[in-house]
Design a protein around this ligand. Structure first.
Ligand SMILES: Cc1cc2nc3c(=O)[nH]c(=O)nc-3n(C[C@H](O)[C@H](O)[C@H](O)COP(=O)(O)OP(=O)(O)OC[C@H]3O[C@@H](n4cnc5c(N)ncnc54)[C@H](O)[C@@H]3O)c2cc1C
Length: 525
């Protein structure tokens, strides 16, 4: 017989009460289906196979050293946006950051932001065709094989433009006069900040957050989340600093904005052993998953943790995603071409990141190259200074002709010339019979030099899975209920991007859900 919703809810509440009532010995004997162990006086449901499993059973602190209305873990886009909104709503807010500098992956990011519009209406001004939040939503869902939750994607795509304008108006963010079409997107909607690196966005949000009184504490590692039992709200966090451990009480809410786990080899091995340790990684060293594990330990649900993305165009030897590594991403809507060491195209360049990455791996010959020319640079949101810098660093290889470029890249010249000539013709014909790429009027044939080549290869980049959240950014527990006073936003949360994130969708995801988390946290009594 089908249970009705109120019966199910009552049953869940009963189960939770039972769990709360069990003493430690009972719990050690009881299997909750995920190897649960709870401490007397503080919850700690440890899943097997993690470092958290070895953590000692935790006693709730007898006294608190400090208290804040809203505590935020992580100082990237999501944490900064949450702090800005919580502080603007009058809450005493603090960001706790384990690293010696603020910004996590956000500050080193490529500075590209997907939004169907902006306050200058650049897409319309540059005559780049139509777009809408609905089209962005359809692309995002399709790009993640429909694993993303439509109600979350809806919030992301509708919120992207207001969030971009908020950073421009309130944080002084400046964007380049260019809009690009990137892999998996069906429209020109990717904007680039003037700095060409995520710092442009983080500085803007930090300015808003600090202007409203939010504080950032560096070198402050969160080592535990305090929650008495499965029916209780989150109570506080334990932190470790150079001066030792402290407990911080939370009066209103805790917001988890601790980013993804691309640098956490143990978690990668546990959730997707195919993403082998030998892969390079684009992330900062602090991109580890302990906060996600602590959240699981206090009852939070998680999902889609096997979905780990490779960035197809990282620097081949180190995996670094520097400015030259953003050109292959931004250039495809303007006619940039990917070629193998044999000088042949191997994929539709407007394909998603997973498709482009695995097409390269399948070639089995490292690296591959992006080929572009001077005419494309400004249009793709690049700059002459960046190109000059890239040449000096040896990342961009410059040549007057395609044959000369082939020589410098050690690619057979006749093969590269033939490939480029064919692609030029496809642009003119508006049809790509070889790779079935949707050709657009904005694409530029590679006829005029100087020409450039940049080497590329996949590196581990983004973890799409994470904590289950609802549209209010509340963290959901394993029984399907929001955990009182606990929110999550940004890469630590799952269910937005599905199996594959479209490039330039992460900044809007983090900022939009960070803002929602901050606003709702400040509203808690
Ligand atoms: C090199 C690179 C380039 C990228 N380029 C783009 C791009 O151009 N456009 C785009 O849309 N996306 C891009 N992405 C993805 C995007 O940058 C990330 O998804 C996004 O920055 C995540 O933001 P976040 O706020 O969730 O986490 P982060 O910015 O990673 O911040 C999380 C912070 O939490 C801290 N933290 C973690 N654990 C603890 C703890 N226990 N105690 C205290 N602090 C803790 C971390 O140190 C970190 O500073 C890029 C990613 C990388 C790595």
């Amino acid at each position: 017989m089908k249970k009705d919703a109120s019966n199910e809810k009552a049953e869940r509440t009963e189960t939770k009460k039972e769990v709360a009532a069990l003493n430690r010995r009972d719990l050690l004997k009881t299997s909750l289906g995920f190897g649960a162990i709870a401490a007397a006086g503080a919850l700690g449901l440890h899943f097997s196979g993690s470092k958290a499993e070895a953590a000692p059973l935790r006693q709730m602190p007898k006294k608190w050293d400090e208290e804040y209305d809203v505590v935020i873990i992580g100082s990237g886009f999501a944490g900064l946006a949450a702090a800005a909104e919580a502080a603007a709503a009058g809450a005493k807010a603090v960001i706790l950051e384990k690293m010696p500098t603020y910004g996590g992956n956000s500050i080193i990011n490529g500075g590209v932001y997907a939004s169907w519009d902006d306050e200058y209406h650049l897409r319309q001004k540059l005559n780049l065709g139509n777009d809408s939040p609905e089209q962005h939503k359809t692309d995002t869902l399709k790009g993640g094989d429909f694993y993303g939750f439509p109600e979350l994607v809806d919030i992301l795509t509708k919120g992207a433009t207001p969030a971009l304008n908020w950073m421009i108006d309130k944080g002084g963010l400046k964007i380049r006069e260019a809009v690009t079409r990137a892999g998996g997107h069906s429209a020109y909607r990717t904007h680039t900040c003037v700095e060409g690196v995520g710092r442009g966005f983080t500085e803007a949000i930090k300015k808003i957050a600090e202007g409203k009184g939010a504080k950032i504490r560096l070198k402050t590692r969160v080592t535990w989340i305090w929650r008495k039992d499965v029916n209780s709200p989150v109570a506080g966090v334990e932190v470790e600093t150079a001066k030792g451990k402290k407990n911080i009480r939370i009066k209103k809410a805790l917001i988890l904005a601790s980013g993804g786990f691309s640098r956490d080899i143990e978690m990668r091995k546990a959730f997707n052993p195919g993403i082998v340790p030998e892969f390079n990684c684009t992330n900062h060293p602090g991109a580890t998953g302990e906060i996600l594990r602590f959240a699981q330990s206090i009852g939070a649900d998680s999902l889609q943790l096997a979905f780990i993305q490779l960035y197809p165009f990282a620097e081949p030897e180190t995996g670094i995603l520097d400015t030259p590594a953003v050109y292959p991403f931004n250039g495809v809507g303007y006619g940039l071409v990917y070629v193998s060491k044999e000088g042949k195209r191997f994929v539709n360049e407007l394909e998603r990141r997973d498709v482009c990455s695995y097409a390269q791996i399948k070639l089995g010959q490292k690296p591959t190259y992006s080929i572009f020319n001077d005419k494309m640079v400004i249009k793709m949101g690049g700059s002459k200074e960046e190109v000059e810098k890239g040449i000096k660093k040896g990342r961009f290889i410059k040549a007057a002709t395609i044959a000369e470029l082939a020589g410098k890249l050690k690619i057979p010249a006749d093969a590269l010339q033939a490939t480029i000539a064919k692609h030029n013709q496809y642009i003119k014909d508006g049809k790509d019979p070889e790779q079935n790429k949707p050709m657009t009027k904005s694409m530029i044939p590679l006829e005029e030099g100087p020409f450039y080549g940049v080497a590329q290869w996949p590196a581990v980049h983004h973890t799409m899975g994470g904590l289950r959240i609802n549209k209010d950014a509340q963290v959901i527990d394993i029984w399907g209920d929001p955990i009182p006073r606990l929110y999550a936003a940004g890469e630590v949360a799952g269910g937005v991007h599905g199996s594959n994130r479209l490039g330039s969708n992460a900044i809007p995801d983090c900022v939009v859900f960070g803002r929602i988390a901050g606003l709702n946290a400040a509203k808690e009594k």
